[in-house]
Design a protein around this ligand. Structure first.
Ligand code: NAD
Ligand code: 44H
Length: 380
């Protein structure tokens, strides 16, 4: 019997170090698709790579039996792989989904209607990333035809995978991981991926992950960089940074507990586990990686403005989140295209509250966000 096939877009850190690994462990032949020709060449010429879990309880795993396609150089091969695949996943970044959508649309249209529907799951740090991917796919293929041949499910993906220091394919990761996938789009026939956790309602999982792990991570990165720290673990060992992070996570914890009915003790344990993960001495995670793309991170439904808006709308205080947004605005990292653009916007008077944060004067967070931007501008 032939193995089921999964096409995975993005053979980077989370692609090789988490999603590719789980699909391999589930028995899929993984076909990595990437625009990085060197990386694809190395995958094509190397029969296996290691996923090395660094830290307490970590083990080493080996991924084998994959193929790799350069999505620029072999578009026909990519479409053919999608046409015969069981699963398509992505880990390319939310802003890149629109670029992978045309190939996915063509691959879906090339599938017979009688084939088992393709399971499509975007594994990005964003609310509704798969829904966004679907909307992009439907710009290239009629929604009816797509709906007959594919099932789209949102996911929440959690594993810290820092930038890799070596040139090879091996990936150093933290031992912890969680991949939650919404089950309802599949009815009773969820894909057979033992490492994934299928849940009927993804909202509590993705919001808790994004607004605890990613809000806390980004807060550590932005305050940590301002205090002169290079890594997340070093930043969190700084009492002033840790206090700022804990203040932010106290606001999101209260919000998450109220909105999703998590028992307060469970949220507290989740938060403490998260801070322990950030402090893993075996993971050298840079503040630049974690703070990357501050314009995306400051957008309306992301890790700061998302929870802060809902807190403000319910009459609560989002002072600590607003403070972290101020630190994000000060993320003056010359190697980060969005950071450079944001610094330009601060200097040229762009209405950042409207254009970056997506807030209008009628929004409860508007005045706090405006005061934050103005105070950062005044300090330049
Ligand atoms: N690294 C982590 O700790 C982590 C954890 C959870 C979720 N994520 C999410 O996973 C996604 C990927 O993050 P990462 O850290 O693996 O980034 P990464 O930069 O290591 O990997 C992204 C890969 O996508 C490739 N890519 C870019 N454009 C492409 C295209 N058009 N077609 C195919 N491939 C393309 C890049 O060449 C790169 O290899 C992001 O959404 C991120 O938020 C990352
Ligand atoms: O990938 P980003 O840029 O959305 O966020 C940076 C980190 O917070 C993120 O990659 C975490 O390491 C990851 O989300 C942990 O699951």
């Amino acid at each position: 019997m032939t193995s089921p096939q999964a096409v995975h877009f993005g053979a980077g850190n989370i692609g090789r170090g988490f999603i590719g690994l789980l699909l391999h462990e589930a028995g899929y032949e993984v076909v990595f698709a990437d625009v990085n020709a060197d990386l694809i060449g190395t995958l094509q010429s190397t029969p296996s790579y290691r996923v090395i879990e660094a830290g307490a309880g970590g083990v080493e795993k080996v991924v084998t039996g994959y193929r790799a396609i350069d999505s620029n150089a072999d578009p026909d091969g990519l479409v053919a792989a999608i046409a015969s695949a069981d699963v398509v996943t992505t880990a390319v970044g939310p802003n890149i989904l629109r670029f992978v959508a045309p190939a996915i649309a063509a691959g879906i249209l090339a599938r017979p209607v009688s084939a088992r529907p393709l399971a499509v799951m975007a594994c990005e740090n964003a609310l509704g990333a798969t829904a966004l991917l679907r909307a992009e796919v439907e710009k290239h293929a009629a929604a009816d035809a797509v709906g007959l041949r594919a099932i789209f499910a949102n996911t929440a993906v959690d594993r810290i995978v820092p930038e890799q220091s070596g040139a090879g394919l091996d990936v150093l990761v933290e031992p912890y991981c969680e991949w939650a996938v919404e089950s309802t789009p599949f009815g009773s026939g969820t894909p057979d991926i033992p490492g994934a956790h299928f849940v009927p309602d993804l909202a509590p999982y993705i919001e808790r992950k994004l607004f605890t792990v990613n809000t806390g991570h980004a807060t550590t990165a932005y305050y940590g960089r301002l205090a002169g720290h290079a890594t997340i673990a070093a930043a969190l060992a700084d009492a002033a940074v840790r206090a700022a992070v804990e203040a932010v996570l106290a606001e999101t914890a209260a919000f998450l507990v109220a909105k999703h009915d998590f028992p307060a003790a469970e949220q507290r344990a989740y938060l403490e586990k998260t801070l322990e993960r950030f402090s893993n001495p075996a993971i050298d995670d840079s503040v630049e990686r974690v703070g990357r793309q501050p314009i995306r991170k400051l957008s309306r439904h992301e890790r700061f403005v998302g929870p802060a808006s809902e807190i403000a709308e319910s009459g609560g205080s989002a002072e600590a989140l607003l403070g972290a947004m101020g630190a994000a605005l000060r993320f003056d990292a010359p190697g980060d295209e969005e950071a450079v653009k944001l610094q330009g916007m601060l200097r040229d008077g762009t209405d950042i509250v409207a254009t970056v944060m997506g807030l209008a004067p009628s929004d409860a967070l508007y005045s706090g966000a405006t005061a934050t931007v103005e105070s950062v501008r005044a300090s330049l």
